[in-house]
Design a binder for this molecule. Structure first.
Ligand SMILES: Nc1nc2c(ncn2[C@@H]2O[C@H](COP(=O)(O)OP(=O)(O)OP(=O)(O)O)[C@@H](O)[C@H]2O)c(=O)[nH]1
Ligand SMILES: [Mg+2]
Length: 283
């Protein structure tokens, strides 16, 4: 499965980030807690240079709690910060505001000293498509200020949002990188819904996901799809799931497309269970 994707708007977003960088104090890099390495843009270090950075692992409600802790330690060790959050429900959001204020303490004091209290700290939110940037902003602001959606490519341009008298955020469109050297990165990005479904073969994507899940989260697959024996191979398991769900097309054939979409959808919504696709000790 060859995954290559770099539409024009990605190049535009990269320019947008570069052009606005001088206006911001902190870059908030949002990663997907299920795949913190694959969801990290390798160009980011080069793009944001020495700007202060806060690493946020979003969708921590969908990932494996044990591995979440390991990632938190990993990012705290290597990048001096890493906060686990759930933008849907708001967990971890307060910690972020405190962290931003702490990181910018000197600047806030300096501005207050100069009598320029109303100049806010500006944070740019960046991350790959569908990672939850806009949801995070809405949660932090406490109301729907920007559009969100369960597919990539929702945010089209930049937008400034004031969260309180001290902090202003800049929402940006999701950005992916030109090519995925490692096939597994492409797969994980497909699984978490950061690559448009239309350009990927859903059956292959789901088949690979099911293989990963039976190998790493076998008990969850057994429980969700009532499978007793996982040793029979992915194809057989896939067929069994299709049959159990009654996904059959005219003539009695199994509906692979529908089964594939269902497995991907259930994984993305966390219905199979709390699953991490990457762990720090395997990178
Ligand atoms: N379970 C869960 N879902 C989340 C979380 N944050 C965001 N989502 C969902 O993820 C989907 C994508 O959210 P958006 O905020 O639109 O993502 P985005 O990064 O702004 O996406 P683009 O604008 O397309 O780059 C939506 O369906 C959100 O409801 C989270 O912490 N947990
Ligand atoms: Mg968005």
């Amino acid at each position: 499965m060859n995954i290559q994707w770099y539409p024009g708007h990605m190049a535009k977003t990269k320019r947008l980030i570069k052009e606005n960088l001088s206006l911001v104090d902190i870059v908030i890099e949002i990663l997907d807690a299920r795949a913190p390495i694959s969801s990290r843009n390798p160009d980011i270090d080069e793009m944001i240079e020495h700007k202060a950075r806060l690493v946020v692992l979003n969708k921590a409600d969908l990932s494996d709690p044990i591995i979440n802790k390991q990632w938190k330690n990993f990012f705290n060790t290597h990048y001096s910060n890493g906060i686990l959050i759930n933008s849907m429900m708001g967990q971890g959001i307060d910690e972020i505001i405190k962290k931003i204020e702490k990181m910018m303490k000197d600047k806030l004091e300096y501005l207050a000293h100069r009598g320029r209290k109303n100049k806010p700290i500006r944070c740019m939110i960046i991350g790959i498509p569908n990672v939850g940037k806009s949801t995070f902003i809405n949660r932090i602001v406490g109301k729907t200020s920007v559009k969100t959606g369960n597919k990539p490519g929702i945010t089209k341009g930049k937008q400034w949002i004031r969260i309180n008298e001290k902090i202003e955020l800049l929402d940006t469109p999701g950005i992916l990188w030109p090519k995925f050297d490692d096939q597994n990165i492409g797969l994980r990005l497909g699984w978490i819904g950061s690559i448009k479904d239309e350009i990927l073969d859903q059956e292959q994507l789901a088949f690979h996901l099911l293989t990963f899940l039976t190998q790493n989260y076998g008990d969850l697959i057994k429980r969700r799809y009532k499978i007793n024996n996982l040793s029979k191979g992915t194809l057989e398991i896939f067929n069994e799931i299709a049959l159990k769900r009654g996904f059959i097309i005219k003539g009695g054939e199994l509906d692979y497309q529908r089964t594939a979409e269902m497995i991907l959808d259930e994984f993305r919504k966390g219905k199979i269970g709390k699953i991490s696709l990457e762990r720090p000790d395997k990178t």
